[in-house]
Ligand binder design. Structure first.
Ligand code: ATP
Length: 364
């Protein structure tokens, strides 16, 4: 294994325990994304890997060798920060070359490596410009170039797209994926944006309050969330949830009882239990189908987004969002019926909020 974190903890000098028993193994060439809400400890973990923050407990290994005490340079990490931190008086060429110049690398080699890096990043024609003569996206590419040129073993990125506007973020996201394909660099990327995590990652680590909630591929996290937090964090709009007590194999959704006996063989074992019932906005269908549970509701509001529509519904006090094809946008202030296929129904333990998997094994 290339990178190993074993029971890594961070306790800041003021006593705040920011990261608890963080365990992760990363293979060479993997693109791993740490995602979670603000303050969950993702930057702290990245900074411990970078060597910018000391590790309070546990072990950090590179290639099986303990690296806790190694300096950032010895760890061979390159980091791209939230702010580009470019030198304003230096050209793009000199900004990209800076690390190599400091190391006293031969000028010919620098020229060749800057040209190669600029080629990958599409910066060849901007090498003589100053940072202020570039767009935000181009500046971010220079910052990435500065890290990339060092050919470090581990590439660390902390919210590298947060200074860009929405459109630039999407473009840069694609470019980062492309750079990763071309360089094959082992990358750890921090973001609070689940879309960035889903689109870039080979594997995602979801964090909350300093604890890992789940580690898995984007597919695993979306279809097999471990708990209510992950289910609600991954996916946009988020999964709909409804708290209920299982009665006669039914869960309550607003003012109706949904009979799950036909779709979940484990309803008998859940009788009397408090659960969280969940389904994704996009996992519903409008036509009746065997193995699907019908739900009546009232349409409060619709948002036509082009290719699909967000439909805000209510049943009793229970609100939810449905995502429909925009050709089938229901009228506001009308009643409608929709169906949730059995395999799209999630149940979580009402107390622990951990998923209760149907007995016939996990969906895959
Ligand atoms: P964000 O997306 O806001 O950067 P994050 O998930 O990266 O959030 P961290 O920066 O890792 O979060 O911070 C985790 C927790 O540790 C936060 O509650 C933060 O207030 C706390 N923290 C960070 N740095 C220090 C410090 N030097 N001393 C004490 N507590 C700190």
């Amino acid at each position: 294994m290339y990178i190993t974190l074993k029971d890594v903890n961070k306790i800041y000098p003021n006593g705040f325990h920011a990261v608890h028993n963080f365990n992760l193994e990363i293979e060479k060439g993997e693109f791993v994304v740490f995602v979670g809400p603000s303050g969950c400890g993702k930057s702290t973990t990245l900074r411990m890997i970078a060597g910018l923050e000391n590790i309070s407990g546990g072990e950090f290994l590179i290639n099986g060798v303990r690296a806790n005490e190694k300096s950032p340079r010895e760890r061979e990490v390159a980091m791209v920060f939230q702010s580009y931190a470019l030198y304003p008086q230096m050209t793009v060429f000199d900004n990209i070359a800076f690390g190599l110049t400091l190391q006293g690398v031969d000028e010919d080699v620098i020229e060749q490596r800057v040209q190669a890096t600029a080629g990958i990043l599409g910066l060849t024609e901007y090498l003589d410009r100053l940072p202020r003569e570039l767009s935000g996206g181009q500046r971010q590419r220079v910052a990435i170039g500065r890290a990339l040129i060092r050919k470090a073993g581990i590439f660390l990125m902390d919210e590298p797209l947060s200074n860009l506007d929405a459109k630039q973020r999407v473009t840069m996201r694609g470019e980062i994926a492309q750079i990763h394909r071309e360089t094959g660099a082992t990358t750890i990327y921090v973001t609070h944006d689940q879309t960035e995590a889903m689109t870039l990652a080979d594997r995602i680590v979801v964090m909350k309050d300093g604890y890992i909630q789940q580690t898995g591929t984007p597919y695993e996290l979306y279809f097999n969330p471990a708990n209510v937090f992950v289910a609600g964090f991954i996916g946009e709009p988020p999964m709909n949830f409804c708290r209920s007590r299982v009665t006669d194999g039914c869960v309550t959704f607003g003012d109706q009882q949904l009979d799950l006996k036909g779709v979940r063989p484990d309803m008998g074992t859940l009788e009397g239990k408090d659960v969280v019932f969940g389904f994704r906005p996009e996992a519903i269908i409008l036509a009746e189908q065997s193995g699907a549970v019908g739900v009546d509701c009232h349409v409060e509001l619709t948002e036509m987004l082009g290719d699909n529509t967000n439909v805000y519904i209510i049943s009793g006090e229970q609100q939810a969002i449905l995502k429909t094809d925009s050709h089938y946008t229901p009228e506001t202030d009308t009643d409608m019926r929709f169906y949730i296929p059995g395999e799209s129904i999630y149940l979580f333990d009402g107390e622990t909020e951990n998923v209760i998997r149907p007995p016939e094994a996990a969906r895959s």
